[in-house]
Ligand binder design. Structure first.
Ligand code: AMP
Ligand code: ZN
Length: 470
């Protein structure tokens, strides 16, 4: 089924036309793994997961690639400042490699807990240094680069006539305006950006490689161009990321990719508006003050309450974070689950098949096809589940199908009765041990359950469990 997507490049909703029939190649900028991902980052990943799931639901084949930024992302967008990975290493007294491994794992734990689907390809930047150097050489051969002694090899944005087209002309003008505060005055134009940074003389970096331009490391934007083209081809279908990437990161990905190949880099650009919080509205990883999924689960919230909270606001609307909002979403999710389970009980063992011609099904799919309108799709799900005029088996079939997109574990608690009897008995034993304050026994039972693939969570709302493997 056709889908319309808002394209930042053309500033309008467009019919999605793929490069290969019925297939979508998607690139999503991944996390910079020098710290935990905050819930703002996770809003973006939940929205991107919504896109992938919606496309599949509508009958598309999807190949998704996500990078892991484990080198080269500097604290300043002006290609100066410290590498965030080395900063993380200093902060924790570990190596940059240890930091990358730890926070990559932490990211994918949150990602999985939010029921986000694993991308088909996950690629750490440090595994693609060769490809980035090749891209830099191609740019150099075509005359798009110049070197600044003791600093790096730079992309000359003046050589690309449509530089800045993603963000608009005003953006490039804006960078010129900002030139007075620009740290690197040796650049020919303030918008020029690093293709390769030289390791400072006399300084041994933890992450550095040989290159035709000397020892150093790739400029941050290089990784996404090199990896997207390697895995999805020189032109890709859809490129996603948070709205902050429009002005610099994605603008520069386009510049270097299109300069190297002479072809359009990505046909569609999808940007997720920010989750904002705090007095200045910003949620910043570098300031060290940010909310993580663990902050929410620590307060007793199911990670999926946060997923539901995000799904209730369209990805192109800014989301102003509040705990009241999360609380309301948690209650809403409880209500939706209770409703789904009531319908399941009513349907009993009657055969249920999905009625694709029904109005509610069409409402649901057309919401998804309209720029992934998940709030509207969820509204259709609620209404249908509540509508007693629709036979329960049909409502159940619809709820089960909708779960492929919403991924809210609607039947989670109903599955309790379906646990293997010995696992259910272990959970009961553990509850008894806890009542008797026998913490040692309770811990042993928790470990035993984990070995059997059941994770126990003690929350202020009581003990909950979930399966760690499907
Ligand atoms: P980073 O780990 O900083 O490279 O960011 C990972 C992803 O999160 C990128 O797609 C960013 O654009 C996105 N992002 C960063 N901050 C926010 C926020 N407050 N709300 C939504 N997305 C964000
Ligand atoms: Zn990127």
């Amino acid at each position: 089924m056709d889908i319309r997507l808002y394209n930042t490049l053309t500033r309008q909703k467009e019919l999605f036309k793929p490069l290969r029939e019925n297939e979508a190649g998607i690139y999503t900028c991944g996390p910079t793994v020098y710290h935990y991902a905050h819930i703002g980052n996770m809003r973006t990943y939940i929205a991107e997961d919504g896109l992938v799931r919606a496309l599949r639901f509508l009958g598309w084949k999807v190949k998704r690639v996500m990078n892991i930024t484990d080198v080269g992302h500097l604290t300043s967008d002006a290609d100066s400042g410290e590498d965030k990975m080395e900063l993380g290493a200093k902060r924790e007294g570990k190596t940059a490699w240890q930091i990358a491994k730890f926070y990559t794992e932490a990211f994918f734990k949150d990602y999985k807990d939010l029921n986000c689907l694993q991308p088909e390809v996950v690629c750490p930047a440090t595994d693609y240094i060769r490809e980035m150097i090749d891209l830099g050489v191609a740019l150099e051969k075509k005359g798009f680069t110049y070197a600044i002694a003791g600093d790096g090899l730079y992309f000359d944005t003046a050589k690309l006539p449509d530089y800045g087209k993603l963000a608009g002309k005003a953006h490039v003008e804006g960078i010129k305006e900002g030139a007075r505060v620009e740290a690197n005055s040796a650049k020919r134009h303030p918008a020029d950006f690093a293709v390769w940074k030289f390791a400072a003389a006399g300084e041994k970096r933890q992450m550095e490689w040989e290159s035709p331009w000397g020892k150093g490391f790739p400029g941050w934007h290089m990784e996404c161009s090199a990896m997207a083209m390697k895995h999805l081809g020189e032109t890709i279908d859809i490129h996603c990321g948070g709205e902050d990437h429009v002005a610099i990161h994605h603008t520069n990905e386009i510049a270097q990719s299109e300069a190297a190949t002479g072809k359009p880099f990505s046909n569609y650009w999808m940007h997720i508006r920010f989750l904002v919080t705090g007095s200045d509205g910003k949620m910043s990883k570098s300031s060290g003050e940010f909310l993580t999924l663990a902050t929410a689960t620590g307060k007793g919230y199911d990670p999926l309450a946060y997923r539901y909270y995000c799904l209730l606001t369209h990805y192109r609307k800014q989301l102003e974070f509040s705990w009241e909002g999360v609380e309301a979403a948690a209650r809403g999710l409880d209500g939706l689950r209770a409703l789904a389970q009531k319908v399941k009980a009513e349907a009993g063992t009657a055969p249920h098949s999905l009625d694709r011609e029904a109005k509610y099904f069409k409402d649901f799919t057309s919401a998804l096809a309209d720029d992934v309108n998940l709030p509207a799709a969820l509204a259709a799900l609620w209404e249908t589940l509540k509508d007693n005029s629709i036979p329960a088996p049909q409502r159940l079939a619809f709820a089960l199908a909708a779960e492929e997109v919403t991924a809210l574990d609607l039947f989670k608690d109903a599955e309790a009765g379906e646990l293997a009897p010995e696992v259910a008995a272990l959970i009961k034993d553990r509850e008894t041990a806890r009542k008797n304050k026998d913490w040692k026994r309770s811990d042993e039972l928790r470990k035993e359950l984990l070995d059997k693939g059941v994770l126990i969570e003690d929350t202020p709302k009581g003990t909950k469990w979930k399966l760690t493997r499907g």
